[in-house]
Ligand binder design. Structure first.
Ligand code: ASP
Ligand code: MG
Length: 440
């Protein structure tokens, strides 16, 4: 069984959906295809939810109508026969009726999750209608019937596996299955989701649950690049990455893959391929167990970072200081990305500032607090790079014009992370592209 996931831009236009259909028709192996919502839909649904949460029902109504008109155009270019058009229209009617009903009910978090789920439900059903029109046999299996998370919002792979196997066994001759990314049921049995960008995570979880031969993530770029192609002009696709390298890159800002999607594939050792729907013949990136070659493979940047420095003479020769500091972040469920310490101060970074006020007031008794906003973490990733002194020298030489706020070296053997001002990110990435990769 092969798992193929197509992201929002890969299904966001009728003609792109047509190409996806062609792509999944080759080969004999049984396939399970996961679709995201059409690009832009989840964002619109988020806005509708926000309008409802703040009591702006009229605004929500007009946002729903705007989204509806997008689908009205979409389906007419997607399918042509009267039967297929009738079916597509009925699907759209059903989901937009649901949104209109929600307008009349009082808002809750649980209801919002229902709103967010409409995108993937629509895309998969419309896709199946198109396949049917084309005479392609496929079975749609509802993600809400097997994908689940527990009380801690963690996916339950053994349960997912059991339900999924039972479902698939009902169709022993089927070669093509379709399902929704992103959506799931939570421990209360309500509709929930795997967070934004979570369709990659769905693919990886299904791949793990079914012990798939491979997981293909199809997007609109030919794999993971050595540097951010939106910022640096000359970047190249990386052909191979280890799971560890890919996890660091995804976590530290490479947008192509949801960071949580690495561990299930890694745990069950299932190769992940990053491929391009617009250029299906391109090699893309393969992520697998063992690293291939040494040196820096890629650089990623994570924006919107806040650096917090806690300075205290009481830290001098004291023990337990770090524990107390960390407990504050634990209390506010805020994860720390980078950390450096000296005898009298500890600096650390966070990217989620939802609870910053509480964190600050809880830290104040420990010493003086300094905060720097709009920082960027630049991460260099590659097998054993933190054990290769020449690389560090090259990085420092290259970044001479850019003041470095923090450096993390040796925390992992595959990563060197540097904190700089967000306003200097572009300059830093460009310098590194030349200095480290020799690309101009
Ligand atoms: N549609 C969801 C989102 O936009 C999930 C995904 O595309 O991966 O976040
Ligand atoms: Mg994505």
């Amino acid at each position: 069984m092969k798992i193929l996931k197509f992201g929002g831009t890969s299904v966001g236009k009728p003609e792109r959906m047509h190409s996806v259909a062609k792509l999944i028709m080759s080969g004999d192996e049984t396939k399970l295809v996961i679709l995201s919502a059409l690009s832009g839909t989840t964002n619109s649904l988020v806005e509708i939810g926000q309008s409802l949460a703040s009591g702006h029902k009229e605004l929500a109504k007009s946002q729903i109508e705007k989204l509806r008109s997008h689908y009205d155009q979409f389906y007419q270019a997607l399918v042509q026969t009267p039967e297929a058009r009738k079916e597509a229209l009925a699907i759209i009617d059903e989901h937009f009726e649901f949104l209109h009903i929600i307008l009349k009910i009082s808002y809750s978090e649980a209801l919002n999750k229902d709103i967010l789920a409409q995108g993937e439900l629509l895309s998969t059903k419309l896709f199946r209608t198109y396949l049917k029109e084309q005479g392609v046999q496929a079975t749609l299996i509802p993600a809400l019937d097997f994908m689940s998370i527990d009380e801690q919002n963690e996916p339950e792979i053994p349960k997912i596996k059991k339900r999924l196997v039972t479902l698939l066994n009902q169709y022993p001759k089927e070669k093509l299955f379709i399902t929704q990314g992103y959506i799931c049921k939570n421990a209360k049995g309500e509709v929930d989701n795997l967070k934004r960008g979570g369709s990659d995570y769905t693919a990886s979880l299904i791949g793990a649950a079914l012990n798939a031969t491979e997981i293909q993530i199809w997007t609109d770029i030919d794999g993971m690049h050595n540097n951010d192609p939106r910022i640096v002009e000359h970047t190249v696709a990386i052909h191979q990455l280890s799971f560890d390298e890919a996890a660091e890159l995804a976590y530290f800002g490479a947008k192509i893959l949801h960071p949580a999607s690495i561990w299930p594939a890694q745990h069950f050792n299932i190769p992940v391929k990053l491929l391009n729907t617009m250029q299906p013949e391109a090699k893309g990136t393969v992520i697998m167990e063992l690293p291939d070659g040494d040196g820096v493979k890629a650089i990623a940047a994570k924006d919107g970072i806040t650096a917090i420095k806690i300075k205290s003479s009481r830290m001098l020769l004291a023990y337990g200081f770090l524990r107390k500091t960390f407990e504050v972040f634990e209390k506010y469920k805020t994860s720390i990305d980078m950390i450096t310490t000296s005898e009298v101060a500890v600096s650390l970074t966070i990217d989620d500032i939802t609870h910053l006020q509480g964190i600050q007031s809880d830290l104040e008794p420990f010493g003086s607090i300094e905060m720097d906003f709009d920082q960027t973490i630049i991460s260099l990733v590659g097998n054993e790079i933190a054990a290769t002194p020449a690389i560090l020298k090259k990085v420092f030489d290259t970044l001479e014009p850019v003041p470095l706020r923090m450096i993390s070296y040796g925390g992992s053997r595959h990563n060197i992370s540097i904190l700089i001002k967000g306003s200097q990110k572009k300059e830093a990435l460009q310098l590194l592209n030349k200095g480290v990769f020799g690309l101009e």
